[in-house]
Design a protein around this ligand. Structure first.
Ligand code: ADP
Ligand code: MG
Length: 159
């Protein structure tokens, strides 16, 4: 392992709150001289929500769609990514379980306060809640949309 070995893992599901979490993770990684691993865990229901119907794609097509979602998210925050090494990980399965596994040994697991929600959210349950309970590293929940301007603030209480 060369270069920096410190890793900040961030869960990205394409939602605005998850983009806020990604930005926060990138800023924190710059301060800590860590790299960022951006993870999207895909499951059939979450991709069905993205396509508005059950997608007419095979496993490979679904995986590619998941990679596209992650690419689009990273493009959306490109201005925050300068100087930070970013790795993309697309995993299939139960989001909390996969996120906790990828974050094993990481400095931090960063998540948004809300996600895609809706029907897919109901099927998957609360990802952030499960991760907060089961992660083996510190977990940061980046709050989103609670201030005027739609900005993000980190931490459990905001002035
Ligand atoms: N499939 C996923 N892959 C990666 N990260 C996810 C996934 N789903 C949720 N997350 C992370 O968890 C955060 C909270 O989402 P979640 O707990 O699912 O809330 P909601 O119930 O509003 O969808 C998201 O902002 C994101 O950081
Ligand atoms: Mg969700």
């Amino acid at each position: 392992m060369d270069g920096t070995s410190k890793t900040i893992v961030v869960g990205v599901d394409g939602s605005e709150p998850s983009l806020a979490a990604l930005r926060w993770a990138l800023d924190e990684a710059r301060l800590r001289e860590a790299r960022v691993v951006a993870v999207y865990v895909w499951l059939f229901p979450s991709l069905a929500a993205r396509h508005g119907e059950i997608p007419p794609l095979g496993f490979e097509g679904l995986r590619r769609s998941a990679e596209e979602l992650l690419d689009e998210a990273l493009e959306a925050v490109a201005d925050s990514a300068e100087g930070v090494e970013v790795e993309r990980v697309v995993a299939e399965g139960a989001p909390p379980e996969r996120l906790v596994a990828v974050a094993d040994g990481a400095e931090l697991l960063v998540l948004g306060s809300r996600g895609l929600g809706g029907f897919a959210g109901l099927l998957l349950g609360s990802v952030s809640q499960q991760c907060a309970h089961h992660a083996r590293c510190p977990v940061v929940i980046v709050h989103y949309g609670e201030r005027s301007g739609g900005g993000a603030s980190a931490g459990g209480s905001s002035a």
